[in-house]
Design a protein around this ligand. Sequence first.
Ligand SMILES: NC(=O)c1ccc[n+]([C@@H]2O[C@H](COP(=O)([O-])OP(=O)(O)OC[C@H]3O[C@@H](n4cnc5c(N)ncnc54)[C@H](OP(=O)(O)O)[C@@H]3O)[C@@H](O)[C@H]2O)c1
Length: 240
Amino acid sequence: MARVALVTGGTRGIGAAISIALQKAGRLVVASYAGNTEAAEAFHKETGIEVIKFDAGNYDQSVAAVNEIAAKHGAIEILVNNAGITRDAVLSKQSREMWDAVIDTNLGSCFNLCKATFDGMKAAKFGRIVNIGSINGQAGQYGQVNYAAAKSGIHGFTKALAQEGARYGVTVNAIAPGYVDTDMVRAVPPDVLEKIIAKIPRGRLGKADDIARGVCFLTADDADFVTGSTLSINGGQHMY
Ligand SMILES: NC(=O)c1ccc[n+]([C@@H]2O[C@H](COP(=O)([O-])OP(=O)(O)OC[C@H]3O[C@@H](n4cnc5c(N)ncnc54)[C@H](OP(=O)(O)O)[C@@H]3O)[C@@H](O)[C@H]2O)c1
């Protein structure tokens, strides 16, 4: 039987590439989204991958979604916490709402979905969790105290949970992407983006597939000796 995988934010950008790569690897994939139903339906039509709408930053909705997927397909064995947003502003212009939204969506979602799936993985003696962090959680970034804190938190969360899962065959790893060509990065002003690309030794933005390849490696059945690690995929921009 195909292992069941949930990819949060799996209908667009990096998440969509991850969903497709996991499907190609023989997983039964469910991709979640938050509100862009049009994009999610188009993704489903194109790929045949099941989509589910819920706010990954909301605990009750996350638990309900996990239960719904388990009832339909069996317990989730592969979890990719990819859902993320930015609400950029320097601290003096950043509101408490911007802080809460970014922390809840990027970091709170990892807690919500791991909490809802982890005991089942432990009982099954198999689990693969990949949390999508960021180069900006490793290096910091101007105007992103909320995002850098959330992503940095993901890296700590990953190392702590990996210690709880190891003896049960549940691995927990993170990927720290550099700048990847998705809607999130297309929102960066072109002059700023040009300066960013100039600092990437590889000389280009990342592709969503570059990140998906890392997820396939970390979620493979025989990847059980890799846990608590952060895989940087950033074209050499930050060597951590
Ligand atoms: N792009 C980059 O350069 C880059 C670099 C480093 C790290 N990352 C991280 O990689 C991940 C994916 O980024 P991306 O660039 O692919 O983003 P994106 O193109 O903006 O897509 C984000 C996805 O997350 C979903 N989402 C947002 N908020 C959600 C919520 N509360 N609950 C459930 N799903 C939610 C979106 O759903 P809707 O379609 O419904 O809005 C969408 O499917 C994020 O965690 C991001 O922080 C990206």
